[in-house]
Design a protein. Structure first.
Lengths: 448, 275, 289
């Protein structure tokens, strides 16, 4: 018997070395961009690329079959192959940051715009300047500052549609309860009372996926920006803190009040994002704070229910604002060997043809980020119509997440504490100010 | 057992162990039965038998994830890493356990370090790019060997204590060279622990997702456990698919385990006869 | 003899392992510890003395994480070793040991991602199988909010980890049990030793090194637990199940790489101190027994 083990071990190790070495060899071939940008490895690259389609590598957080469809279609139109690595949503940022720091980014990157690209990915040193691309002219003016730097450099262009943060609601549930969209926090409570009477969960919360708990505060912060102009710049230079953001704080205290009054699903601590999407699309819940990218997921999972849901911004008395999440960027790292092919890809994506493919495949994506892209009004889904309606009446501010001077981390866990009565919205604001100050100081931001 | 009826003690023992087994079997049953339900039934997370067996869930998983590719990658990665770990760890443990000098204690400290210290992702990147190994399976194999082998060296070392040094001495007197001594005589005696280490290490490497995520960058290099992430987004509410996928990921390891453990027993009897 | 020994047990045996291990683990790891004393953004590192350590200790969650790690470690060592030792002895004497061993080891092959999903389902307070079963047999008061309540969640995590890892420790005990020569047991039986005496004076001393290994592993694994907590609760709700590793990971996620490395170094010092102490204690005991 021992002979068997011995023979097995030997043949295993021999086979292992051979296969591992062979695979290593294959993967170092030019089709994969993962090898470091060293000068030496270019000889083999040139010859192989001439008769073969260029393969551009891409890494993206979270899975979506429809994304595979439209990306492939655009790839075919410009004659490139795409090699997509799917990253777990909750680890996408960390992996991107490390890959930027180690010059290992894929050919085509997709990351949060604005300060996040600038800081997290060290854009100046790591990404190619795209300012000579004509499509820059077409970026919507409102969101341009998140793509065009103050010195005119461009490290990424919109790679998605605009999405918004606010509340998804179920129209059938609203009709049943005889309520309409709340215009203030008082009305939010009144609507909740009636929804509850109609047997619905008024406000769904999914604390298990703690990032979803951040949305109300981030959505409410635009009212702080509206009512105390310049607050963001002051926060970024340490002249103000989140403690001065009254609406931001109030949003979290409001969530806690909703929990206390029994307006929130009883299992909110175990509920997940997908539970929330299910509840809101099926009409078991009346309202659910989301980013509007949720509608694409609902459309993928339960297409027949998509027109039952709608969208409104976080309700605060007076003039309305809505928080926009400027689309994630498409960018190219300096280490990429296929920069020209990627540029072609991006160019086509931003063209009206490319945008048509995108919005045809993803009809719930949201509002186009490029000027001159006409959506077919007759085909618009209800939640998208409402989104567009909102952008016409409410002033838009981009989420503070993408404009704050240093990363302030995820704070969903602290919101969990608020909901459980351990902390208040003011405590959260103090905590965030503290974290922001420390992180800004560590990176040497002026004023901290 | 010569007599047909079991002694009273055995019956009690088996009854107690069976009851305890339920703690393990019920969750496995939960995975299995829910993998065959419709999404709605599966979302209740219950143990009830489905109203209709949805075997098509499995083909749906195959549609969403490129399972043959992921499976091949996982097999190559796991077997290469484990084979190198086993051979190199057994050899290292042999020296560490048998020698009693400065080398031995220095190596021992290194092993303990490996058990305790977490691998550092970013400096590892630098080492990999120095050798032009990032983005390659070979690079991930070497990282797996480096970071998982200390446990194997440690356990092999413990096990070697039970193999008497007299065996070595007898062999040397018979004119056996050092390599022949190790590979022909000592290594075969390490059979049971080698099989145990084979199972442990296969589990670690197979289930790893950190190294694969950070050090590989192509969709073509996806491994089986990473397919889990294909069922957290859009399909996150489809518990039936999630459970089907869990079964698909774990099945190869379970099968390896069922087969490998026969060798543990084989090794045991062999050892007992020689002992 | 000494010279012969050195020749027979030549260092060349260790070289393949040393090379891979040294290059791909020891070097990068030790190298990284320098960054604990810097503000590091992966491209440049600014020396900052001990400020990362001060910041880590001053983190308001640090003491919670430390306490949770301590609870998790102590309880999981006791439970893992006790459960696996009891199972090993039971299997040793049981005629159907193969069958049961296969079952008890099987959770160990599940990945933590799978375990997280599985137990989130099982321990769901309202529709989870666990609470449904408890309610069905009239033990409603035991149907707790396993993974979402303070003072419960960390214990639930201990339970899950014991569920998964008992098989690992069991396998180590079984491998050791196989080295006990059967004639030793037989002669003891002939001498009239009862089962307890046989355990106390033959089996347990023969298991000493396996016992020690199991305690040490459970200690190290407990102190550095990350994956289970990360996938099952993420440290929440609130910070009720935050452990040292998840806390450090959050600094890493914010891009504070120097701070995170300092956190790793703190954990490393804790682990190495406790491991060395525990090993000394166990080795002494081994000699006594």
């Amino acid at each position: 018997m021992s002979k068997v083990i011995r023979t097995a071990l030997f043949s295993l190790s021999a086979a292992a070395l051979v296969t591992a070495a062979a695979c290593g060899g294959n993967n170092a071939s030019p089709s994969s961009s993962s090898t470091p940008p060293s000068a030496g490895s270019s000889e083999s690259a040139g010859s192989a690329n001439t008769d073969k389609k260029v393969t551009i590598s891409h890494a993206v957080g979270g899975d979506s079959p429809s994304r595979d469809v439209w990306m492939k279609a655009i790839g075919e139109a410009v004659g490139v192959e795409l090699d997509i690595q799917v990253l777990p949503l909750e680890q996408m940022e960390q992996i991107y940051k490390v890959k930027a720091g180690t010059n290992d980014l894929p050919d085509l990157i997709s990351y949060h715009p604005g300060a996040r690209t600038r800081d997290d990915l060290q854009a100046k040193d790591k990404l190619i300047d795209l300012s000579d691309m004509p499509i820059i002219q077409n970026i919507l003016d409102d969101i341009k500052p998140y793509y065009v730097e103050q010195d005119g450099k461009v490290y990424g262009v919109p790679g998605q549609a605009l999405k918004f943060g606010g509340i998804a609601y179920n129209k059938k549930a609203f009709t049943e309860a005889g309520v309409s969209i709340p215009q203030s926090l008082d009305e939010l409570f009144a609507v909740s009372e009636q929804l509850k009477a109609a047997g619905k969960v008024p406000l769904y919360l999914s604390a298990k996926d703690s990032w979803t708990l951040q949305i109300p505060g981030l959505a409410a912060f635009s009212y702080d920006q509206l009512q105390s102009p310049g607050i963001l710049d002051k926060i970024n230079t340490n002249q103000a803190t989140f403690k001065d953001a009254a609406h931001f704080i109030e949003a979290f205290d409001t969530m806690k009040k909703m929990v206390d009054q029994g307006y929130v699903n009883s299992d909110y601590l175990s509920a997940t994002y997908t539970n929330g999407l299910q509840a809101i699309s099926e009409g078991k819940a009346g309202m659910y704070p989301v980013l509007t990218s949720a509608f694409s997921t609902i459309l993928d999972t339960t297409p027949d229910l998509i027109n039952d849901v709608g969208f409104f911004p976080w309700p605060v008395e007076g003039d309305k604002t809505v928080t926009v999440w400027p689309p994630m960027i498409y960018g190219i790292p300096q280490s990429s060997k296929n920069a020209d092919a990627v540029k072609k890809y991006i160019e086509f994506f931003a063209s009206s043809e490319g945008q048509k493919i995108y919005f045809d495949t993803l009809p719930a994506a949201g509002v186009p980020a490029y000027k001159g892209v006409e959506l077919d009004e007759s085909k618009l889904l209800d939640p998208v119509k409402e989104m567009i309606e909102v952008t016409k009446t409410a002033k838009q501010f981009a989420t503070v997440d993408f404009s704050v001077v240093a990363n302030m981390g995820a704070f969903g866990q602290t919101v969990q504490e608020i909901l459980m009565g351990q902390k208040s919205g003011a405590d959260l604001a103090a905590e965030l100010s503290d974290i922001l100050a420390k992180n800004a100081k560590a990176k040497g931001a002026p004023g901290f | 057992m010569k007599s047909r009826s079991l002694p009273y003690g055995q019956i009690v023992l088996i009854a107690v162990l069976s009851a305890l087994s339920l703690l393990i079997l019920v969750p496995f049953y939960l995975i299995f039965i829910n993998s065959l339900k419709s999404p709605a039934e599966a979302s209740e997370l219950g143990l009830a038998f489905p109203s209709k067996l949805e075997w098509s869930n499995y083909s749906k998983v195959f549609e969403v994830a490129d399972l043959p590719l992921a499976f091949t990658n996982s097999v190559v990665l796991t077997f290469s890493s484990v084979a190198i770990i086993l051979i190199s760890a057994a050899m290292a443990a042999f020296v560490i356990q048998r020698r009693k000098d400065g080398w031995s204690s220095a190596l021992n400290v290194l092993v303990m370090l490996g058990l305790v210290v977490p691998p550092a992702i970013v400096p590892l990147y630098k080492v990999l790019s120095f050798f032009h190994l990032n983005g390659t399976i070979l690079g991930v194999v070497l990282i797996n060997v480096a970071t998982r082998s200390p446990l194997s060296v440690f356990l092999a070392n413990q096990f070697l204590k039970s193999i008497s040094k007299e065996i070595d001495e007898a062999a040397i007197i018979d004119g056996c060279g050092k390599y022949k001594l190790f590979f022909r005589i000592v290594l075969p005696l390490m059979g049971p622990i080698m099989v145990t280490l084979f199972i442990f290490n296969s589990t670690f490497v197979w289930n790893d997702f950190m190294y694969v995520l950070y050090f590989l960058s192509s969709g073509k290099q996806m491994t089986l456990p990473l397919t889990m992430y294909l069922f957290t987004g859009q399909f996150g509410s489809m518990w039936n698919l999630v459970f089907a996928n869990i079964l698909i990921i774990s099945a190869p390891l379970l099968i390896i385990y069922f087969f490998a453990q026969r060798f543990i027993i084989a090794g045991m009897t062999a050892g007992a006869i020689k002992g | 003899m000494h010279k012969l020994e050195r020749k027979t047990y030549s260092i060349s045996f260790a070289i393949p392992w040393l090379l891979i291990y040294g290059i791909f683990f020891v070097l990068p790891t030790l190298f990284s510890f320098y960054y604990a004393f810097t503000d590091w953004d992966l491209t440049s590192a600014k020396f900052s003395g001990f400020s990362n350590f001060v910041e880590m200790f001053n983190n308001p969650v640090f003491s919670t994480a430390l306490a949770n790690t301590a609870i998790f470690t102590i309880l999981s060592i006791i439970l893992k070793v006790a459960v696996s030792l009891a199972l090993a002895m039971a299997l040793y004497h049981c005629v159907a040991s193969n069958f049961f061993r296969t079952i008890f080891f099987s959770p160990y092959v599940l990945s933590y991602i799978a375990i997280g999903v599985l137990f989130t389902a099982i321990m769901h307070p309202e529709i989870g199988v666990l609470n449904k079963a408890l309610r069905a047999i009239g033990l409603d008061f035991l149907a707790l909010n396993w993974l979402i309540e303070k003072g419960q969640v960390i214990y639930s995590l201990v339970f899950i980890d014991v569920w998964k890892s008992a098989g690992f420790h069991l396998a180590i005990f079984i491998a050791a049990l196989q080295t006990i020569p059967s004639d030793m047991m037989e002669s003891a039986s002939i001498d009239g030793a009862g089962p307890w005496k046989k355990f106390r004076y033959i089996t347990f001393p023969m298991l000493a090194s396996a016992f020690n290994a199991n305690v040490i592993f459970a200690l190290i694994v407990g102190l550095t637990k990350f994956d289970l907590v990360f996938v099952t609760t993420g440290g929440g709700p609130g910070y009720y199940s935050e452990v040292l590793k998840t806390l450090v990971y959050k600094q890493f996620a914010m891009g504070r790489y120097g701070l995170a490395t300092a956190g790793e170094l703190i954990i490393f010092v804790i682990v190495i101190t406790l491991t060395v102490t525990m090993r000394k204690f166990l080795d002494k005991r081994e000699v006594e027994v």
